[in-house]
Design a protein around this ligand. Structure first.
Ligand code: FNR
Length: 363
């Protein structure tokens, strides 16, 4: 379908399901075991209602904000995702151009299909963040961080929810003949007797011994802000604050690792009960299941500074950089419309009183 017929993020998903290479769509869309967390990530936003306020002058709307002091035009970032090349040869490079064009930030994955230096060269002077998977060969991570510092990226998102990989069954079931290359090691990823699961075969470099004590090692290697990606409890949010990180991303990895880990919106609510002070002390982001501009406003009302979008950017990449730009515009338009209708003109006016969470408070 032509790009102008795509009018929401679900349309991008449907188009990718029909037209993208089968293995790409399967790898992107899959999640762990029952895919319950993936599905509930979306569903939970649908259980939160607005408490709209009327008769405010909403003739001028501003969706811009800052993330770790970087100005963005919309409070959305592109989540780090591996193997974007499976859907478009330009992959993260095309996303980089779209990020610059729309004034948002792309978080580059350790498993990106292109080298970091090539991606950032697509959008000179534009801020990028880097997502770190710590390699069991720690020297490799050290070299990577040196490079990322030298290239002028603006923050390090350390992924902390990948001590084990989820069992992603549709990815395992779909065994394909065409070779997939592991962008980190350069090796061909080959199916084995457990199936054709790309993540299982790619993830062998991840250091499962990573612990809180290692944050000091990461801190010693960079002066950039450090964000922990993959917090799912208030208890760990508190620990993260005690360890002095600069931000946390409440995320369950799109439901791809631990199935039955909670949707980020529930973690936000738990934090309001157990550690509300954290929202004053550092930036909190969420990802997982963001499909509508209204979802973004709900997350912001509950204390998020910005939200990450993962799969939908991969689906939009089916249309190259233009597709990703279109996705940001669609989400921004939906956000603006919701902002007007709930009576705010600036994202800084988002607050918990604008949403009704009764339906999920007991969860
Ligand atoms: C991911 N995610 C991910 N996270 C990370 O820290 N490093 C990575 O390399 C990847 N790779 C990856 C590949 C694919 C295909 C997907 C779908 C996801 C997780 C990602 O950053 C993010 O947390 C979720 O995708 C957010 O959920 P939604 O927006 O996909 O629902």
């Amino acid at each position: 379908p032509p790009l102008h017929s795509i009018i929401n993020s679900y349309d991008f998903e449907e188009a990718a399901a029909r037209t993208a290479p089968k293995k790409a769509f399967t790898f992107y869309s899959t999640a762990a075991t029952d895919c319950w967390t993936r599905d509930m990530n979306e569903t939970m936003y649908k259980r939160i209602w607005f408490r709209p306020r009327i008769l405010h002058d909403v003739s001028r709307i501003d969706t811009s904000t800052t993330i770790l002091r970087n100005k963005v035009k919309v409070p959305i970032f592109i989540c780090p995702t591996g193997l974007a090349k499976m859907i478009h040869p330009e992959a993260e490079k095309a996303l980089a151009r779209a990020a610059k064009a729309t004034g948002i930030i792309e978080v580059l994955s350790t498993s990106a299909s292109h080298p970091v230096e090539d991606i950032v060269a697509e959008a000179p002077d534009h801020p990028f963040f880097f997502q770190l998977y710590v390699n069991r060969d720690r020297k490799k991570s050290e070299e990577l961080l040196v490079k990322v510092n030298r290239l002028g990226l603006k923050a390090i998102f350390v992924t902390v929810d990948a001590a084990g990989r989820g069992k992603r069954e549709s990815d395992e079931r779909l065994v394909v003949d065409e070779p997939v290359i592991n962008p980190v090691t350069g090796e061909r990823i080959m199916p084995d007797k457990k199936g054709g699961g790309l993540t299982r075969m790619m993830g062998s470099y991840l250091d499962e011994s990573l612990s809180w004590a290692d944050l000091a090692w990461i801190r010693s290697l960079t002066t950039l802000p450090i964000v922990l990606k993959g917090i799912t409890t208030a208890a760990d949010a508190k620990l993260a604050m005690q360890y002095g990180v600069d931000g946390i991303l409440l995320s369950n990895h799109g439901g791809r690792n631990l199935d039955y880990s909670p949707p980020a919106i529930l973690v936000l609510l738990e934090m309001h009960k157990l550690c509300p002070e954290i929202f004053e002390r550092m930036e909190v982001y969420v990802d997982g299941g963001i499909r509508r501009g209204g979802d973004i406003i709900k997350a912001l009302c509950l204390g998020a500074t910005a939200v990450g979008v993962g799969r939908t950017f991969l689906y939009a990449l089916n249309y190259g950089s233009e597709g990703a730009e279109h996705l940001v515009e669609l989400l921004k338009d939906e956000m603006e419309s919701v902002m007007k209708l709930i009576g705010i003109t600036n994202v800084s006016e988002c607050h918990p009183g604008l949403v009704n969470t009764l339906d999920v408070d007991h969860l």
